[in-house]
Design a protein around this ligand. Structure first.
Ligand SMILES: Nc1ncnc2c1ncn2[C@@H]1O[C@H](COP(=O)(O)OP(=O)(O)OP(=O)(O)O)[C@@H](O)[C@H]1O
Length: 334
């Protein structure tokens, strides 16, 4: 797999009144062609700082960044803009432009002295508009769009820049769940179909675990953990990078949950569709579900088919029928 971006001993941060504020150091990272990489980490750990530095929007403190094998320092701004496009959360488009004009800004690195769009530029814009699916928006003013629509336009602008690397800072922030899924699926499609190297920062753990080829886990004062999502989950990296006393990463379900003290342990036997939700409800009510190989004193068997309500068989005790999980909880509490 070809690396389009590689860092060696990269230190990032800020110069404040002549003093260096190091946000993160000694980072050795790489981005491969045709891969979607998600950058995760707690607030303030340095995700935006890293993305801005990789994009050349702010200077690195030391180390190197290679873009397609060449040091970032050796590129002119225009050359760099043909390799890396960036979508930032706080990106402000000057003036209330039409959507088409905003996307056309992506062609800037290719325009001649007079900055006129050629028929080739218009063709690229049309193709991008089609692939992002925003044909009906092109004649709208950017200010009239919803957050999700505007985010698609900014992605289209980055695509019009025709760069092999695209960097996005929290592209799904402020979006509702369907738009978050839609935008992430779009980025997934662009990675696969256009063979781009896409790097995005996000707090959307579920989507990152589902759709990324690689994850970079950033923690304070420690090496960035990199790998396929599943490898990071199984290696316990999520626990050590995010965990607090009150929250733990549950590997069996691939998400964080409250670290509650459970008063009871129960073994649960239920159909695949119900098991997850019954377990969740039990957890919330102080009842832990035992692993399959652990023998718990109480056993709960839940039988369900399309026509009948749930049937609860509590071993050694009683059998009853109930229609909702809520009824089951009431019964268990009694
Ligand atoms: N312009 C700046 N000058 C000095 N320090 C800054 C500047 N911008 C950010 N920082 C600091 O750098 C650190 C990293 O900030 P950054 O915005 O990169 O974190 P982040 O991981 O993107 O956070 P979040 O998830 O909250 O967006 C923080 O301590 C922040 O206060």
């Amino acid at each position: 797999m070809r690396n389009l971006l590689k860092t060696t001993d990269l230190n990032i941060g800020y110069q404040l009144r002549g003093e260096q504020k190091v946000v993160h150091q000694k980072m050795n990272l790489s981005l491969a062609k045709g891969e979607l990489t998600s950058l995760l980490g707690v607030n303030g750990v340095g995700k935006s700082t890293l993305l801005r530095t990789l994009a050349g929007f702010q200077p690195k403190l030391s180390g190197d960044i290679l873009l397609d094998g060449r040091s970032i320092d050796s590129f002119s701004q225009r050359e760099r803009a043909k390799l890396v496009s960036v979508v930032l959360t706080d990106q402000v488009v000057v003036g209330d432009l039409f959507v088409y004009e905003v996307i056309a800004l992506g062609r800037h690195p290719y325009l001649g002295f007079f900055g006129r769009l050629t028929s080739e530029d218009h063709k690229v814009i049309e193709e991008v508009v089609h692939s992002v699916g925003i044909g009906e928006l092109t004649h709208r003013r950017i200010s009239s769009l919803s957050d999700g629509e505007r985010q698609k336009v900014m992605i289209a602008k980055a695509l019009a820049q025709q760069t092999p690397i695209i960097i996005l800072d929290e592209p799904t922030a402020f979006l509702d769940l369907p738009s978050r899924i839609e935008i992430t699926m779009l980025l997934r499609k662009l990675t696969d179909k256009m063979d781009k190297a896409i790097l995005l920062s996000t707090h959307d753990l579920d989507l990152a675990l589902d759709l990324s080829d690689k994850i970079w886990l950033m923690g304070k004062e420690r090496e960035v953990a990199c790998g396929a999502p599943e490898d990071l989950v199984l290696s316990g990296a999520f626990n050590s990078y995010f965990e607090r006393d009150s929250i733990i990463f549950d590997r069996s379900i691939g998400r964080f949950r409250l670290n509650e003290k459970h008063e009871k342990l129960i073994s649960l036997d239920a159909d695949a569709g119900s098991h997850f939700w019954i377990e969740k409800a039990l957890h919330r009510n102080g009842i832990a579900v035992a692993n399959k190989n652990v023998k718990a004193e109480n056993h709960l068997r839940v039988v369900r088919d399309a026509t009948k309500p749930y049937k609860l068989v509590s071993v050694g005790c009683k059998e009853m029928e109930f229609e909702t999980i809520n009824e089951l909880l009431v019964e268990l509490k009694n």
